[in-house]
Design a protein around this ligand. Structure first.
Ligand code: PMV
Length: 351
């Protein structure tokens, strides 16, 4: 007779930071040097879908990530997540005798991004959020998203923010254990549903310097970074939360752009320097500046993660103007054809 298979499927969204996480104070636990804040992208086609299952017939903990097989025990970050979740399940099984002892079974996890890799998006945030949630649900853990965020954080820092929709803060916390380094929702998406985003793909190539090694070099060598984490980010976090609460797009946009610029300035101040932006990225910055100058107010905001791709935020009321202008400068790019100027991803590396 075939062994029983226990199974659970979830999906998790991508998030894009407007106050950037850059720098670890504890590499093992993924504890950040500063708090950060992001917007969760709510498009259905920008999610990681993950199925976690366990069965007596499974021989080892295994992950299939976009079709590539990986032994979970060989990945430190995946193992940490699994160990914590499994021991929580063991706790439940001890308390309640009627529960199946599924903590003793091996796990199979199948994870797939429903957006093309060529979208140029860092997928680890959605990936670790979905991984954590799928296993936690399979195990029936009665945890809140904030409790789950402590686990997802240890997989990939920014993943902790993908457990919520809307506007999300990752509070850096103070404890050495990392127990208070968790994500919380600042406002749900319904609070400011007019927010829109366009992703401009300047290059779909894998980034040259991984975020972990880039962060470590910055922490070790940048003096600008020291000033950023001590004197600038704490106030900026408060100002950003206020701007979101008050639907103040101009302040939101200015903080978003200056924070992205400062993060990339810290990369340049790292020794040896790290360059994530390319000429296309810089051209997009100029286009957004021109959009704002012509509008006579700030209606669009760019931000860049550890790579050259731009994410441009704007409000629905300015959607036609912003997208028409972005289209005018990148009309030969792929991605506009089937989008009715409402792209989630426009590939502009050949502009
Ligand atoms: O979560 P990681 O290790 O991939 O680092 C993400 C770092 C940035 O994307 C550059 C900023 C952020 O807060 O998401």
């Amino acid at each position: 007779m075939a062994e029983k298979v226990y199974q659970c499927t979830v999906s998790a969204p991508v998030n894009i930071a407007v106050i950037k996480y850059w720098g670890k104070r504890d590499v093992g636990l993924n504890l950040p040097t500063n708090s950060s804040l992001s917007v969760t992208l709510s498009q259905d086609d920008l999610r990681t879908v993950t199925t976690a299952s366990c069965s007596k017939s499974f021989e080892k903990d295994t992950l299939w990530l976009n079709g590539h097989v990986e032994d979970i025990s060989t990945s430190k970050r995946l193992s940490v997540c699994v160990e914590e979740l499994r021991s929580a399940r063991q706790g439940l099984e001890k308390e309640d005798d009627s529960l199946d002892k599924i903590s003793q079974l091996k796990l199979h996890v199948v994870s797939k991004n429903n957006f093309p890799t060529a979208a140029g998006l860092a997928s680890s945030a959605a990936g670790y959020a979905a991984f954590t949630e799928a296993v936690a649900r399979l195990y029936g853990l009665p945890w809140t998203p904030t409790q789950l965020s402590r686990i997802a954080r240890q997989g990939s820092g920014s993943a902790c923010r993908s457990l919520f929709g809307g506007y999300v803060a990752w509070e850096m916390g103070e404890l050495h254990s990392g127990a208070d380094s968790v994500a919380v929702q600042v406002e749900p998406v319904e609070h400011w549903p007019e927010m829109r985003v366009a992703i401009m793909v300047a290059s779909a190539a894998k980034k040259g310097v991984s975020s972990t090694s880039g962060m470590q070099s910055t922490v070790a060598s940048s003096t600008l970074f020291q000033k950023r984490v001590k004197n600038i980010v704490p106030e900026r976090m408060q100002a950003m939360k206020q701007a979101i609460r008050k639907h103040d797009f101009e302040t939101f946009a200015k903080l978003t752009m200056t924070d992205s610029n400062q993060f990339h300035a810290c990369c340049l101040d790292t020794f040896p320097p790290i360059f994530y932006l390319n000429d296309t990225s810089r051209a997009i910055i100029r286009v957004v500046e021109n959009i704002n100058a012509a509008a006579g107010k700030t209606v669009a905001a760019y931000t860049f993660d550890a790579g050259p791709n731009a994410v441009v935020y704007f409000l629905e009321e300015n959607s036609a103007y912003v997208l028409d202008t972005l289209y005018a400068v990148s009309r030969n790019a792929q991605g506009w054809e089937d989008s009715e100027r409402n792209p989630t991803s426009v590939k502009i590396d050949d502009v």
